[in-house]
Ligand binder design. Structure first.
Ligand code: C2R
Length: 206
């Protein structure tokens, strides 16, 4: 279980990129409590999905949300998958983020078993560009919803999970608002730079 920590697979560069979006200095100073139960499960069909799915973990780290992250394939290990999805509610998960590529049945099957929100992340594929994953995840039958983000949209999946949790957590909601303000500030800073430098100089510096 992770809470507000960087994973070993996240480089310091990536972590500092994200710190750019911190607005509220106090967020950094909040205490970490490893004994808290994970509220979000991040699951992916293969470790080859990790470069994408780590973006969901990064934003949860930034927002100080506890999560578990693992690799489980509904296709390749159906018994283990079933146990994971069946025990997820008992484990305390409130949201599951499921990423998969190609014949991406993992998110839909998770939603068939886990009774709370499932967010699907379609992973880009070499053969069909991730449209196969997207259609597999978004085309759920009535009664079994999966909230589907863009192809490789794991950051938004993490943020959406955070927003779901924030409906009953006012402190988290404030952290999400601070993150949003940070995004706005970063665009304003770019606009200011462009206006001052002119587009040609700006382009050369990109
Ligand atoms: P490998 O790179 O391991 O061959 O996997 C994974 O999510 C990955 O994107 C290729 C792709 O297969 C996907 N996969 C699924 C499922 N299990 C693995 N879509 C599943 O159960 O839905």
């Amino acid at each position: 279980m992770q809470v507000g920590k960087k994973h070993p697979f996240l480089s310091e560069d990536k972590a500092s990129d994200h710190k750019f979006y911190y607005r509220n200095e106090n967020i950094e100073n909040e205490s970490e409590d490893d004994t808290m139960a994970a509220k979000v499960g991040i699951v992916m069909g293969s470790d080859s999905d990790l470069p994408v799915m780590s973006k969901a973990a990064e934003i949860l780290d930034i927002l100080k949300i506890e999560y578990d992250i693992t690799v489980i394939s509904a296709h390749r290990m159906p018994d283990i998958f079933f146990h994971y999805a069946k025990s997820a509610e008992e484990k305390g998960y409130k949201v599951i983020i499921a990423g998969a590529g190609g014949a991406a049945h993992l998110p839909g099957m998770t939603a068939a078993i886990f009774p709370m929100p499932v967010i699907g992340v379609p992973i880009m594929t070499k053969s069909l560009g991730g449209v196969d994953s997207l259609y597999s995840i978004v085309s759920m039958p009535g009664g079994i919803p999966v909230a589907t983000v863009a192809i490789n949209g794991a950051l938004n999946a993490g943020l959406l999970a955070a927003k779901i949790l924030a409906t009953s957590d006012p402190e988290l909601l404030e952290r999400i608002k601070a993150y949003g303000e940070g995004l706005k500030d970063s665009v304003l800073a770019k606009a200011d730079k462009l206006e001052k430098m002119g587009y040609e100089a700006y382009l050369k510096n990109m």
